[in-house]
Design a protein around this ligand. Structure first.
Ligand code: B12
Ligand code: SF4
Length: 439
């Protein structure tokens, strides 16, 4: 028996931005091909040995052979991959293949998936995958498999990342590790509680250590922001986690917001553990919303946070969302001003997209403000909803302006450094001021 996993292509932020100066993109961001998800490696690791496993990585440019010799096609996708995933499902079914879909998009839009596939998995895959394979063998595949949000995260097999390591199209030298699932909050833009449950499931620390120790790359992404939650159980677990991974000598990327645990003590711990990059999302949590709205105390707190992170040797990577109902054109100036003052040297910008499964999606649907359901464009780089206060075109221009202005100021900073290496500190400072850089 053979299962063929399919990872559909999706459009990256910068592919969606032809208006941006290509030199800036090439210089600062490279191809920005981004890493694959872990869904396929995790399911592959749960696949019994009597099944052969193949991967068609459409995102990497693999050719798609709809007539491929396989007993089951298993498509994994999040929302920006939705359009392509449904096209691929149609193609495989037209060629007589059995198709099952799972991941964030099918779990939150199961009926869309079922209009194109034989079966859909909603929620976790660990609890259903073997049954799906068994039913496919017996010719008794059901329409819906309810994977739920409660499967046990202890002793998970090590994901088969080798499937993606073989692909040439990824310019990443980093591995992604999942340390927990679910969330007790309900941030408006986030589909995690819907897809993974409203209860936090923490993986045992020894399992995480074992998995990280076996990774190919030195750079490791821990992308769950619950690591920074200020709750006694999680703080204790996170403290132990960072202590346990510290001897592994990896460089970790972590993800947080200004409103989570950014105490000096915690920042010291994560720096000691080898965190080299601190990704901080703005305009999603109460503190950064106030900072971007102009609250001087919160703006100072943001500036201080950048310094406190970078003083500990970690790169501050800011991700600025725009398009909340109260955001007007002034938010671009507010973001850029903060970048200059802090200073923030690494940043990305995204539009506050209503992803299915998020509270924001439900609200905008109720308010009939969703402009279309072209899932390909749900990638954070298109205005797919009717904003309040500004037109969709104005919001899009604001978004492009933020990317362009930020990277032009970086270029300017670099020119100051490179073209004038022997100028005095005072001369450099005057040049910096002219291009809007204050440090
Ligand atoms: C890794 C990651 C990425 C990777 C890969 C994305 C991907 N294909 O998943 C990259 C870097 C490319 C990425 C990009 C983006 N991401 Co992202 N990313 C994540 C992250 C951190 C982890 C996802 C992951 O791998 N999870 C682990 C796997 C195991 O989970 P899973 O795929 O759901 O698989 C399980 C089940 O669903 C099931 N399953 C999955 N597939 C299948 C198939 C079958 C057949 C079956 C039976 C079961 C099954 O089994 C698996 C095990 O239980 C999540 C946040 C998080 N902490 O979860 C956000 C997340 C997925 N990203 C998100 C978003 C919005 C983005 C962006 C579009 C925008 C942005 N601002 O970040 C960008 C796009 C950037 C761009 N335009 O250039 C949203 C998704 C929203 C949605 N509803 O789709 C999330 C949830 C973040 C959030 N808090 O909102 N991201
Ligand atoms: S953004 Fe983070 S804190 Fe908010 S609901 Fe999602 S996982 Fe939880």
């Amino acid at each position: 028996m053979k299962v063929t996993f399919v990872y559909p292509k999706f459009e990256k932020f910068l592919e969606s931005l032809p208006a941006l100066n290509q030199q800036l993109v090439d210089h600062y961001l490279g191809n920005f091909t981004t890493p694959p998800s872990l869904g396929i490696p995790m399911l592959a690791a749960h696949t019994p040995p009597e099944w052969d496993v193949a991967l068609i990585d459409d995102n990497n440019g693999d050719s798609v052979d709809f007539g491929a010799d396989t007993d089951l096609v298993a498509i994994n996708c999040f929302t920006p991959q939705g359009t392509r995933a449904l096209e691929l499902a149609d193609g495989f079914r037209a060629a007589g293949k059995l198709v099952v879909m799972g991941g964030f998009f099918p779990s939150t839009r199961p009926n869309d998936a079922l209009a194109h596939a034989d079966a859909v998995n909603i929620g976790d895959g660990e609890s259903t995958w073997k049954q799906i394979l068994e039913d496919a063998t017996q010719g008794t595949l059901k329409r819906k498999y309810l994977g739920g949000t409660r499967s046990d995260l202890s002793r998970l097999p090590i994901p088969r990342r080798d499937l993606f390591y073989k692909k040439s199209g990824y310019d990443w030298n980093a591995d992604l590790v999942q340390v927990a699932r679910g969330c007790t909050y309900a941030c408006s833009m986030c589909a995690i509680p819907t897809h993974q449950g409203h209860r936090i499931r923490l993986r045992p620390i020894e399992d995480i250590v074992e998995e990280i120790a076996a990774l190919r790359y030195d750079n490791v992404y821990i992308a769950e922001d619950i690591v920074f939650f200020q709750n006694r159980r999680i703080e204790k677990w996170a403290t132990e986690l960072f202590e346990a991974i510290s001897p592994l000598n990896k460089k970790f990327f972590v993800s947080s917001t200004m409103s989570l645990n950014t105490s000096d003590d915690f920042l010291d711990r994560i720096a000691r553990a080898g965190v080299s990059s601190f990704y901080c999302t703005f305009n999603v949590d109460p503190k950064s919303i106030r900072a971007l709205g102009g609250d001087p105390t919160m703006r100072q707190e943001a500036v201080d946070l950048v310094r406190r992170v970078e003083d500990r040797g970690m790169r501050f990577f800011a991700s600025f969302g725009m398009g909340r109902d109260w955001d007007g054109p002034e938010i671009v100036d507010s973001i850029l001003d903060l970048c200059v003052k802090a200073p923030i040297r690494t940043a990305e910008f995204f539009l506050f997209t209503p992803f299915p499964g998020s509270p924001q999606f439900e609200r905008l649907e109720r308010q009939q403000r969703i402009l279309h359901y072209r899932w390909r464009e749900y990638n954070g780089a298109h205005v797919v909803w009717q904003p309040l206060g500004v037109s969709p075109d104005t919001l899009y221009e604001m978004y492009v302006d933020a990317w362009r202005s930020f990277f032009e100021s970086l270029c300017a900073a670099e020119v100051v450094e490179k073209l004038a290496p022997d100028q005095s500190a005072g001369q450099k400072q005057r040049r910096r001021e002219r291009v809007g850089l204050e440090n």
